[in-house]
Design a protein around this ligand. Structure first.
Ligand code: GAR
Length: 204
């Protein structure tokens, strides 16, 4: 069966990448094939996860290539060389330029650790999102998977899942619950949904 070649872009630990790898290994992503993991951080543990799963890796490191445009060119070259049809941002901590997002219009998705439009946009990433949610005193938060366009966290929403905030939560405990109950569930599902949609468009 024809499959969409998927690249996952990560900057850190890569637990969302792992969720996609595990779901694919369990047969849950029949429309996609994990073809490449890209990182802007040579020390990202996500790269170890990729190697352990025998997935090709490509590094465009922020320290060795400080210029964002040059890094994006390097990444675009790798995506093209690997025939990538879907780009998944999974804890990728660089905001992509409009030129990049246009190149892969409706072919880039991102997971964000809140219910967009709450706690999103420039400056809201990683633990900072959960710190802001706790500071505001919300009782429910969650995660969102959305298409990526030129507006940071502003593209069309694909999936969301709510997660309760609990008494005594710290940013760390809340982050872990949001990952376990929401991100690791809806991101692999969205990868399959979008790959299946891309395949169905190719048949038309
Ligand atoms: C995840 O919580 C992801 O949603 C968030 O960073 C974490 C990466 O963890 N992404 C953002 O905040 C993007 N705005 P991981 O490397 O273990 O998947």
């Amino acid at each position: 069966m024809n499959k969409v070649r998927v690249a996952v872009l990560c900057s850190g630990g890569g637990t969302n990448l792992q969720a996609i790898i595990d779901r694919a290994a369990a047969g849950g992503i029949p429309s996609g094939e994990l073809a490449l993991v890209v990182s802007d951080n040579a020390g990202a543990y996500a790269l170890e996860r990729a190697r352990a799963a025998h997935i090709a890796t490509f590094v465009a490191d922020k320290k060795s290539i400080p210029d964002r445009a040059q890094r994006e060119q390097a990444i675009l070259g790798a995506l093209e060389a690997h025939g990538i049809g879907l780009v998944v941002l999974a804890g990728f901590m660089t905001i992509l330029s409009e030129a990049f997002t246009r190149r892969y219009g409706m072919r880039i998705i991102n997971v964000h650790p809140s219910l967009i439009p709450s706690f999103c946009g420039p400056g809201f990433y990683g633990l900072k999102v959960h710190e802001a949610a706790l500071a505001r005193g919300v009782k429910v938060t969650g995660a969102t998977v959305h298409f990526v366009n030129e507006v940071c966290d502003g593209g069309p929403i694909i999936a969301q899942k709510a997660v309760n905030v609990e008494e005594g939560d710290t940013p760390e405990t809340l982050q872990k619950r949001v990952m376990r109950e929401a991100e690791w569930v809806i991101l692999p599902q969205a990868v399959e949904t979008v790959c299946a949609h891309i395949l169905s468009e190719q048949k038309e």
